[in-house]
Design a protein around this ligand. Structure first.
Ligand SMILES: [Fe+2]
Ligand SMILES: [Fe+2]
Ligand SMILES: [Fe+2]
Length: 429
């Protein structure tokens, strides 16, 4: 593949920050503050790089508006679900092992066990830096001169030195935060600037298909975790699409690309409120229109990355129809490839088999009936025929994917519980 890991991480992180409906700019601003503190503390290029990426993604596990609202209070009541989930999402991408750990502890207080927690492992210094950067941005009032607020924020942050915040991190912060440029950088640097400064040479490696898939799997969790009804939807779509492609004798490389497209097809949902995705009542026309934008955002996010040709079209085209009634490009017959049909059928098959807030998952017979009656004119006969010929296998793969989702869910919940219990135990001792 003609793309480096550095380009992939830069592109994704930048676009996730741009389109994430909950966290617009907070990740970017926190990363800039963290960078300046990290430089002041003399972190190596490698540690600085991990710190910047961790800061650029740190609240990715916050799923709802109410959770986001709780995070913008100075004292977050229970930050563990989002820090555990964020950390868990990123842990499956091997280059992000350290980043995942930094995120896990990004609300940890210094006056607990401050370097090592027996039941959870070591606390990285970078987590304390991220915490200070994060709370600094939370204290900034938008639409009001940042320099006029500077001294008040510094005084407040300083008052937590040694209890909430690591004393050495606060000392480094004080050295940086006295400068106007620290605050003006937070306001003015864009994501590309900060990532360009921070992402070091070890990411300058050519991306392999396997590494791309590992990253896609990580990103798919960001979307799948947002709905308990679709806890393994993207994963299921990728597995079903791969199976269909295999049965259609696509080359191994193309089968794998189709699997990646399945993992990423709904990544544009990052731009849509979870409350809307989870809504039980019937959606209004405006709400349906809002949900429809996700296919466009999938295109926008993936389209920035050179080297993903094919995957971009197959992923973002999963709601296009042969009769021209689909979105976002209103393509018709000639514009729709068979790979797009494969992802579309895999999406519908998986979705119909899953429980939804307003209906239970459907039986295989019912799914087939719907595919034949409502979707064969939209996505063509050839792919449908392959599904019918391999029904047992596809059905089994679909059900197994749901189990993977459920066990993932239990795993991160357990982590959040352990983190919460261990903090409570320390506070009360
Ligand atoms: Fe957070
Ligand atoms: Fe945050
Ligand atoms: Fe979709």
């Amino acid at each position: 593949m003609n793309i480096t890991l550095k380009e992939l991480i830069t592109s994704f992180t930048k676009s996730i920050d741009l389109y994430n409906y909950l966290l617009k700019n907070h990740h970017r601003r926190t990363a800039i503050a963290a960078y300046h503190i990290g430089v002041q503390m003399g972190l190596s290029a490698e540690r600085l790089s991990d710190l910047i990426i961790a800061a650029s993604l740190h609240d990715i596990g916050a799923l709802t508006i109410s959770e986001r609202d709780s995070l913008i209070q100075m004292d977050v009541e229970n930050p563990f679900p989002h820090s555990s989930l964020g950390s868990y999402m990123l842990s499956s991408f091997s280059p992000f092992e350290k980043i995942s750990r930094i995120i896990f502890y990004h609300h940890w207080h210094y006056d607990l066990d401050n370097t090592y927690v027996p039941e959870l492992g070591p606390v990285p210094l970078e987590s304390y830096i991220l915490h200070v950067a994060d709370r600094t941005d939370i204290l900034v009032q938008p639409d009001y001169s940042i320099l006029a607020q500077k001294q008040k924020i510094i005084t407040k942050m300083q008052s937590y030195r040694g209890n909430v915040f690591h004393p050495e991190v606060i000392d480094a912060y004080l050295a940086q935060a006295q400068k106007d440029s620290f605050w003006l950088d937070i306001d003015n640097w864009d994501m590309e600037t900060i990532l360009g400064l921070g992402i070091c040479d070890r990411y300058e490696i050519t991306l392999t298909m396997d590494l791309l898939e590992e990253f896609a799997l990580t990103l798919s969790k960001i979307i799948d975790s947002r709905s308990k009804f679709a806890i393994s939807h993207s994963f299921g779509v990728s597995q079903v699409a791969y199976t269909i492609a295999k049965r259609m004798d696509y080359s191994q490389e193309n089968c794998q690309k189709i699997r990646v497209a399945g993992l990423l097809h709904d990544i544009g949902k990052i731009a849509i409120a979870t409350e809307l995705i989870e809504k039980k009542e019937q959606l209004s026309e405006t709400e349906r229109a809002d949900i429809r934008t996700h296919a466009y955002f999938t295109y926008l996010i993936l389209g920035h990355i050179s080297g993903l040709e094919g995957i971009v079209e197959w992923a973002s085209g999963h709601h296009e129809n042969h009769d021209g009634s689909g979105y976002p490009m209103n393509l018709a017959d000639v514009g729709i490839s068979q790979e797009m049909d494969i992802v579309s059928y895999a999406d519908i098959y998986t979705a119909l088999s899953e429980d939804r807030p307003y209906r239970p998952g459907m039986t295989t017979d019912r799914i087939i009936q719907i595919l034949q009656d409502e979707f064969s004119s939209k996505h063509g006969e050839p792919v449908l025929q392959v599904i019918l010929n391999n029904l047992d296998e596809i059905d089994m793969i679909c059900k197994a994917s749901v189990q993977v989702g459920i066990s993932r869910f239990h795993c991160y919940q357990k982590l959040a519980e352990v983190q919460e219990q261990s903090i409570k135990g320390r506070v009360n001792r």
